[in-house]
Design a protein around this ligand. Structure first.
Ligand SMILES: [Zn+2]
Length: 731
């Protein structure tokens, strides 16, 4: 059908073709657009895209739609069609009615993709409880509330030049928490944006809102990526799913309830169910990674049907925050190249959101009483929202090797949740456009679409972004610890009757992995410090207990080497050696347990912090390493005993830290001052040599368990790894 121009569409609205009434309130929504002329004009003046402010779209933008997108069919919900009907309409407009029959859009129940594999016995995660056969003989996988899970896929028709089987796969989770509407509101509009633009390009027409170009990051940055929508559709399959239809449908106006729910209709939080590395919370059935159809079907789709996608985004919403969007690094075991990929993705998303959305959004939200809104920022989940747990979808995705970030949109949770505020929802939608553009474009570039990548990185495991650290000829030894921590010795068995994964964890793996990004370096394990020729090393690292603290001869050898000019690096429990080598008085080194691996009172001007950006607090992820929250070990030196410089301290107590961070919500958490303030990161001269300490970075994994789904070898964060690599460089 011919589409009107944006101008004529908005004119039709403002001439009273439909009744207009501002609506901000709980309860039954209107059936007609709610935004007034003034609201639309204000949104336009604020720089919001209004790309989707065309009332003839299947899913017009929130600023004119007048309500949340409804899941259930009915008459309420503004201009937009209900989700499932709308998907059929998108198929009508952009697929099946095309003369050549080849469209860019499909949607089908997830069973279409995974039930065959299940029946063929090729899927382990989805057992027979997952699928049912209805009265018409149709197989289905249904949510707890009996709803299907449609998978929406966008990709160009198959062609000899661009075969489908060579395309990348990207997976987008829209609002796994039903009460966090931003992801679904944005994702569904984004689907239509791409279809409109792609069809226009294919027909040689100019889309209503101009050509669609997906960019990632700052054009002056070497990572900058830019693709036309046709290039994207010919290079990738984009899969969108609303994983929690129950939580969405619960909020529909049409069924009279109007309150969205976080979990499914069994009351389980689906975002605690994924098989993630390390400590497994067994406090309730929602942590049973084998029991809900929704999450089992998603895993089967991701692992067994897609064979592990390359890129992803998991869209959530948070309560009050001072940042427009919290871009969160997921938890897991990531080598420095993977962390660099995540960091660059975070930078690109931050740039996109802060240049295209934040300036206007901040002003617009202030006019409706939302207060001051700071730009988007990236950090770990714990640094952003103040808690960790097991079973997060985002952690699972990155632990599969997928380039992914989790996202928390401002004010898309308990408040306002079921209350529709057109301006706020428009900001959520435009933020989604910016972050998905960045995610798609950067992932394509990372995997070499249209660019040359080194052959050794053009695989599915590691993004191809160029990253090498020149180590200036450093000669580094690390004391080798042959011990591993295995599932044979775990104290607590898996809950819920789940099988125990095999593991043999060792932090020595870090030293093998870090070398893959280093140039101009020699790095070797030292099996026995009393017999090795230590003079061949500039720097020797003792990570945690890789040299036992009672090894008198070993420490004597290292002390002599250090005092003669060596650079000794001690991490975690190895800080105790400061007493052994008489760098500090006996009794000066202590151990604490904290919520996560973390530091505080960071001196950003210290050389060890060189080049480490963003929020710096969490240094290692505790959960993948087998430590439940509040049991993560860290070591420090009494401030009175330490005579060196201090790059970061640690608090002797952490009970209040969670509250402090939550109240500041993701901004400047490194300024938090705790009781204690004891050195944990810094350097100290020792005669002709030097000792560097880092008390919370590479501890041996914890084996209390349950560690149902395996255990990481190490779990450094982006910030922790940045500091550790500076230490290895000898800064
Ligand atoms: Zn969430």
């Amino acid at each position: 059908m011919p589409r009107p121009t944006l101008r004529s569409a908005l004119a039709a609205l403002t001439m009273g073709a439909v009744a207009l009434a501002p609506t901000v309130g709980l309860g039954a929504g209107p059936s007609l657009p709610s935004a007034t002329d003034a609201q639309v004009a204000q949104a336009a003046a604020a720089g919001l895209s209004l790309d989707g402010a065309d009332p003839t779209r299947v899913f017009p933008d929130p600023i004119i739609n007048g309500d949340f997108l409804q899941y259930t069919a009915g008459t309420l919900g503004g201009l937009a069609m209900p989700y499932l009907e709308g998907l059929d309409e998108l198929a009508n407009r952009y697929s099946v009615t095309r003369e050549d029959g080849a469209g860019a859009f499909t949607h089908a129940d997830i069973c279409t993709y995974v039930c065959d594999l299940m029946e063929a016995g090729e899927i382990q995660v989805l057992d027979a409880r997952g699928a049912i056969v209805d009265d018409d003989g149709v197989r289905k996988i249904l949510s707890a509330g009996g709803r299907e899970l449609p998978v929406v896929t966008l990709t160009a028709p198959d062609s000899a030049d661009h075969p489908v089987e060579e395309r990348l796969d990207l997976y987008f989770s829209m609002s796994i928490h039903g009460s966090e509407r931003a992801g679904a509101e944005g994702g569904v509009r984004y689907i239509e944006d791409l279809l409109i633009a792609f069809e226009a390009e294919q027909l040689g027409e100019e889309p209503l809102t101009g050509p669609k170009v997906l960019t990632a990051g700052d054009p002056t940055n070497p990572d900058y990526a830019e693709y036309s929508v046709t290039e994207v559709m010919q290079s990738a399959r984009l899969h969108f799913i609303a994983p929690n239809p129950d939580g969405w449908a619960d909020g529909d106006r049409n069924d009279g309830r109007g309150l969205y729910h976080r979990g499914n209709d069994n009351g389980y939080d689906l975002n605690r169910q994924f098989p993630t590395l390390g400590w497994h919370n067994s406090g309730g059935q929602q942590y049973n990674s084998g029991n809900e159809n929704e999450t089992k079907a998603l895993q089967a789709f991701i692992e067994d049907y897609l064979g592990t996608p390359q890129g992803a985004a998991d869209l959530h919403g948070e309560f009050a925050d001072n940042v427009l969007l919290a871009i969160m690094f997921p938890a897991g075991q990531f080598d420095p190249l993977a962390l660099q990929g995540q960091y660059r993705l975070a930078e690109a998303i931050k740039h996109n959101v802060n240049t295209s959305v934040h300036p206007g959004a901040a002003g617009l939200l202030a006019t409706i009483g939302m207060g001051e809104v700071q730009p988007a920022e990236y950090h770990t989940a714990y640094d952003a929202i103040g808690y960790d747990d097991s079973g997060f979808q985002g952690d699972y995705l990155v632990q599969q090797g997928i380039l992914e970030m989790d996202h928390e949109y401002i004010l898309s949770n308990l408040a306002p949740s079921s209350v529709f505020v057109p301006e706020l929802e428009q900001v959520h939608v435009d933020t989604t456009r910016a972050l998905l553009d960045a995610t798609i474009a950067l992932t394509l570039k990372a995997y070499g679409v249209g660019v040359d990548v080194p052959a050794e990185r053009a695989d599915r495991r590691t993004p191809g972004l160029d990253y090498t650290v020149d180590m200036d000829g450093a000669r580094i030894g690390y004391v080798y610890d042959p011990e591993t921590i295995t599932d044979e010795d775990v104290e607590n068995e898996p809950p819920f009757g789940l099988p125990q994964a095999d593991y043999a964890s060792t932090n020595m793996t870090y030293f093998e992995d870090v070398q893959t990004v280093m140039a101009n370096v020699t790095m070797e394990p030292i099996e026995d410090v009393t017999t090795a020729d230590l003079s061949t090393f500039d720097r020797i690292v003792v990570a945690d207990d890789s040299l036992r603290i009672d090894d008198v001869d070993g420490w004597a050898a290292l002390e002599a080497w250090t005092r003669a000019g060596g650079d000794l690096v001690l991490t975690d429990s190895a800080l105790q050696a400061l007493e052994v080598i008489e760098a500090v008085p006996a009794g000066s080194v202590e151990r604490v347990t904290q919520y996560a691996g973390e530091i505080s009172e960071v001196d950003r001007d210290h050389p060890l912090l060189d080049g480490v950006g963003g929020i710096i607090r969490q240094t290692y992820f505790e959960v993948p390493l087998g430590y439940r929250m509040n049991t993560a070990p860290a070591w420090f030196v009494d401030a009175d005993a330490w005579t060196g410089d201090v790059a970061a301290t640690i608090g002797a107590t952490t009970a209040s830290m969670d509250l402090i961070v939550t109240s500041t919500y993701g901004n400047a958490t490194d300024d938090v001052v705790l009781a204690g303030g004891e050195p944990t990161l810094g350097t100290m001269a020792l005669d002709e040599g030097r000792v560097t300490i880092f008390g919370a970075i590479l501890p041996d994994a914890g084996n209390v368990g349950p560690n149902t789904h395996g255990l990481a070898d190490y779990a450094v964060t982006y910030a922790g790894n940045g500091i550790l690599m500076n230490i290895l460089k000898g800064l």
